[in-house]
Design a protein around this ligand. Structure first.
Ligand code: DDH
Length: 284
């Protein structure tokens, strides 16, 4: 052309830092300030977790690869109620960066959200591809049921390939966000600072007195002091189970160890079932 500019059909070089920046900007927007406790962070983390936590090691099915939660039946299962909010938030970014897959975008958003909320750096790499339809949606029942106990938690997370320590580390994500009556049936936040990543969840599990909440909702626990915080039956199972409890104690005492172990386990979670072409350089 006469201007000498490169033709607009030149291929786009994927710049994931630009996507990271757009996710941070989304989290810092006015819209975010008005949402829940003032951040989209927790719901973005939950989207990354639920799209990944459907993985089954034995059959190598489910997981973040494919982004099948865009389609029924996965989009409509009870466990994923409310996650349409997170998916819709990220749609404009998919339009802005059409070269990124939904599955890379959703998992990257979860990693960036953890980092932006003061958490550890989450090793993340691209390489996921999207499925064109819902034919390969994982079956319902792969995500944990909050009304159950330690055996159920183990069944769910061992199926993904995690051990007891990793289960407890991952559960520390409940420092973030809250339950919504119209989504899960449960109500309230776990901690006093639900938009800051910390080990407060473990401290509260051990230090607070938790009583059954008297209400017309499903069984959940409330703290004795303020009655403003909550725990799910599955959260309580971590202190009631004698193999889980030592890790709750470890992470309550040592936030550095928690940050390290969480980063590793969360990164692994986001990669379950993903057929990468290259090795991740910054992961041991
Ligand atoms: Fe969770 N979680 N989660 N969770 N979760 C809920 C919210 C959030 C269980 C049940 C619930 C993890 C593990 C478990 C987050 C992250 C993670 C809600 C409330 C329920 C119920 C949903 C609603 O009403 O909006 C159960 C059961 C388990 C289990 O392990 C047995 C894990 C492993 C993670 C993770 O990220 C690694 C986050 C963040 C939220 C807050 C969402 C929000 O909108 O706020």
């Amino acid at each position: 052309g006469v201007t000498g500019k490169a033709p607009s059909s030149a291929p786009t070089v994927p710049d994931y830092d630009k996507v990271r920046k757009a996710i941070s900007d989304l989290m810092a927007s006015d819209k975010a300030e008005e949402y829940d406790d003032g951040s989209f962070g927790p719901i973005l983390v939950r989207l990354a977790w639920h799209c990944s936590g459907s993985y089954d090691k034995a059959s190598n099915t489910g997981g973040s690869n494919g982004a099948t939660m865009r389609f029924p039946p996965e989009s409509g299962i009870g466990a994923n109620k409310g996650l349409d909010v997170a998916r819709k938030l990220l749609d404009p970014l998919k339009e802005q960066f059409p070269w990124i897959s939904y599955s890379d975008l959703w998992t990257l958003a979860g990693a960036v959200a953890i980092e932006e909320m003061g958490g550890p750096e989450i090793p993340w790499r691209p390489g996921r591809t999207d499925q064109p339809d819902g034919k390969n949606c994982p079956p319902d029942g792969r995500l944990p049921d909050a009304s159950k106990g330690a055996q159920h938690i183990r069944d769910i997370f061992y199926r993904m390939g995690f051990n007891d320590q990793e289960i407890v580390a991952l559960s520390g994500a409940h420092a973030l966000g809250r339950c919504h009556r119209d989504r899960s049936g449960f109500e309230g936040p776990w901690t006093n600072s639900p938009i800051t990543f910390s080990n407060e969840y473990f401290k509260l599990l051990l230090d607070e007195k938790w009583n059954k909440k008297k209400w017309n909702g499903p069984l959940q626990y409330e703290d004795k002091t303020s009655k403003a915080l909550m725990m799910l039956p599955t959260d309580m199972a971590l202190v009631w189970d004698k193999k889980f409890k030592p890790y709750v104690e470890l992470y309550a005492k040592d936030d550095e160890k928690f940050f390290q172990d969480f980063a590793k386990a969360f990164s692994t979670l986001l990669e379950l079932g993903v057929p990468f072409k290259e090795e991740l350089p910054n992961k041991a």
